[in-house]
Design a protein around this ligand. Sequence first.
Ligand code: TRP
Ligand code: ZN
Length: 457
Amino acid sequence: MPRLRLIVVLLALVPPAWSQNPGGFTPGAAGLGDPLYPLAGNGGYDVEHYALTLDYQPATNHLVGTAEIRARATQGLSRFDLDLRGFALTRLLVDGRAASFTRSGQELVVTPRKGIPAGKAFTVIIDYAGTPEVVTDPDASIEGWIPTRDGAFVVGEPQGSPAWYPVNDNPRDKASYDFRVTVPAGLTVMANGVLVSSATSGGRTTWVWHAAEPMAPYLSTVTLGVFDLSVTTLAGGTPSYVAVDPQLGSTAVLAKLPDILAFYSSIYGPYPFAAAGAIVDDARFVGYALETQTKPVFDRMPDEATLAHELSHQWFGDSVTLIQWPDLWLHEGFATWSEWIWSEHNGGQSAQGFFDQLYSRSGSVDAFWNPPPGNPGSPALLFSASVYLRGGMTLQALRQRVGDPTFFRILSDWAAENRHGNVDTPRFIALAERDAGLSLAHFFDVWLYQLGKPVGW
Ligand code: TRP
Ligand code: ZN
């Protein structure tokens, strides 16, 4: 009895949640708490589809856009955020009704007229216009919407996508995309997925692309400019779109693209997307290439290793994607090792040859080995050479440890079991241990997490 009385008293004293907050609606979090980019992405909903209608004038660097975002609430939402940098908003609707909004840094805070119940699908329509931003990262590299001589180089790793559309900019919220981009006639727009149409009227061309498979926002692109576009069909029927800036020199290396994809399909499993290709721009000042989904984008004519690197990311990075940025070695270590196995496959230096050379030449020089690839530690160190090279060496050391049949099974199982998904390092270790029937905790601790040159693994 006393116990019951106590409960009754407490119920009377503590107002039920709904009286402060009818329907249980609370604000979605402003970020998803990534250790390196805590404000990237937002809480309380999952995006299912982006339909982006853009109009770009290179002469004035002016972008006019409409983003239609289909999402599903994962909590009762009184309000929610999107990520967007710059622009003036001229209309914002939630489920067809005007919603109020405020801006704070990269956060666009949207308050719908009524709360959105948990589990409910909803649609956001945003009209916006302005000059898109070039984003400078903590490591001083540039990304976002980067104007070129004849168009724009559009890349978003790790935080550039909000420079050109409102987005839940986190790799764990994959969605399908439609792009409809209008530019002056004579320019080509290269976006992700398959080409649906391109039609010219009144001196303007509208390019329509459809990307059906789930895509992390940082892998989206609408790189545009003067391009020679060639459309072919790969063995197996996948359309391949290769766009080359005609100012560049020999395109011979690009003829390798079908063979590289066929080789990776033979070891990693089926190519994960409905389209393939490459976008080769003349934008050397950018300083890097990016594995934009279905068609990596290059800032110059790549060498064969770089082409192979970006194509391998279609499996490791694009289809199988990290949950949090400190696990970037799951992309870059895999793509670096993929360069080596392509070389080995062609009778060039073997992956073990690359490993031996790096291991012996690099003594115990901390600058080569640090930061440890499993924990780069700060956003400025995310793309450190150790994440690429020591990350690739981790896989080659694993190959040595478990032998080729088991090692190749680990890679193809990893690609198959996490196709179009999101992963972290403990999940990779668990899969490797399962396939090998070994405890590999010490091995991965030495290779991924210990400072300095790995020894005694
Ligand atoms: N992920 C790219 C690759 O290796 C490289 C990259 C993207 C990068 N953004 C960057 C490198 C910023 C340095 C800085 O294929
Ligand atoms: Zn890479």
